[in-house]
Design a binder for this molecule. Structure first.
Ligand code: PMV
Length: 352
């Protein structure tokens, strides 16, 4: 008897130019393009196994061992239906076994706290789409699969690639030109590292879905951000990445994090994703960079925050140890900083 089963894994990605706002909530089409770095080590990953079997009664999904409902018309069922549709096309063309007719069971695990502002929906939907695509043996490119992952969670489309990834917002109403593309592979800039500082692993207060909707409906600042600010930043950061120009990459990354949290604050009622510890980390990085520039050096680190209080700090490998030590010295109670990982192309920093 043939067993139809496949496992795939996808890491989280952390945006440098943030996606915030949907122009179509069903198809998940964004109001601006975005750009992220996919973290490439074993921390912060989702691993998903899918199995199709004629004895199954219906589609089911378990997240970290707990069954989740697959709501009809919801995001999970949309992704599964899209991949089934592609499988059916393959079956028609090539006469391969009709496993698209079997229900699927899907089990997914995150090796980090779910929904704590650590982009678990990004890696989760990317791994789900990749595992079903492998199960169905689809001849699809990562960009094609990103069209489907996008409909699970917008930022998930970027986790189908490693390295530096842009999600082009597109302009078509059907979303067919709103997909992820590679800007540069991870190997292009191996000494760029990311430190994740887990400030809190509580579930976040305002989900990105409801937060974005409120921002689109009420923020006037968002219009300036999406029309004027982001298009120029997308161009500039892509160039900085290609040139491995860390100071420019860092300036743009910090500016865009600030801009995203400013539109969150400009929302009615306002949304606060960062807390006092997050702001203290910003102050530390600002001072660290100022001291370096003042003594003839350049910017050495960039902070960025998603829809939660946790900090991600990008820095060249040679500064990681120093940054970890500074953070630990300012947060001496910081047991949580055992969770500071060196994530991008290198070893976990010693002393973390
Ligand atoms: O894909 P979502 O709905 O989880 O939204 C993610 C939004 C941010 O993480 C704040 C920014 C981004 O581009 O990842």
């Amino acid at each position: 008897m043939t067993v139809y089963q496949a496992t795939a894994s996808a890491p989280v990605n952390i945006a440098c130019i943030k996606y915030w706002g949907k122009r179509d909530t069903k198809l998940i089409l964004p109001t601006n393009s975005s750009l992220s770095v996919t973290l490439d080590q074993d921390h912060l990953r989702s691993t998903t196994t899918s199995r199709a079997d004629p004895s199954f009664k219906h589609d089911r999904l378990w997240l970290n061992g707990k069954e989740e409902e697959i709501k009809e018309g919801g995001r999970l069922s949309t992704c599964i239906a899209e991949l089934r549709r592609l499988r059916r096309e393959v079956e028609k063309k090539e006469g391969t076994p009709k496993i698209s007719e079997y229900p699927v069971h899907i089990a997914s695990y995150n090796n980090f706290p779910t929904a704590a502002g650590l982009a678990s929906s990004a890696s989760g939907f990317a791994a789900l789409v990749a595992s079903l695509a492998a199960l169905y043996e689809l001849p699809a490119t990562p960009s094609e699969l990103s069209l489907i992952a996008r409909q699970g969670s917008g930022s998930a489309c970027r986790s189908l690639f490693g390295g530096f990834v842009a999600w082009e917002m597109g302009s078509k109403a059907d979303g067919s030109d709103s997909f992820a593309v590679e800007v540069a592979p991870c190997s292009h800039w191996p000494n760029l590292h990311a430190l994740i500082c887990v400030v809190s692993d509580d579930k976040k207060g305002t989900s990105s879905t409801s937060g974005m909707q409120r921002t689109v409906e009420t923020s006037t600042l968002l219009q300036h951000r999406i029309k004027v600010v982001v298009p120029e930043r997308m161009r500039a950061i892509s160039e900085a990445i290609k040139a491995r120009d860390f100071p420019t990459f860092a300036r743009l990354t910090m500016a865009d994090s600030n801009s995203f949290h400013a539109v969150a604050l400009d929302t009615e009622p306002p949304i606060f994703y960062m807390n006092d510890v997050s702001r203290a980390i910003i102050a530390l990085i600002v001072e660290y960079n100022r001291a370096s520039v003042a003594t003839g050096g350049s910017i050495k680190a960039a902070y960025t925050f998603d829809a939660g209080p946790n900090a991600v700090i990008y820095a060249p490998e040679e500064y990681i140890k120093e940054i970890v030590q500074i953070i630990i010295s300012y947060f001496p109670q910081a047991q949580p900083f055992n969770d500071v990982f060196g994530l991008f192309g290198g070893e976990q920093p010693k002393g973390a």
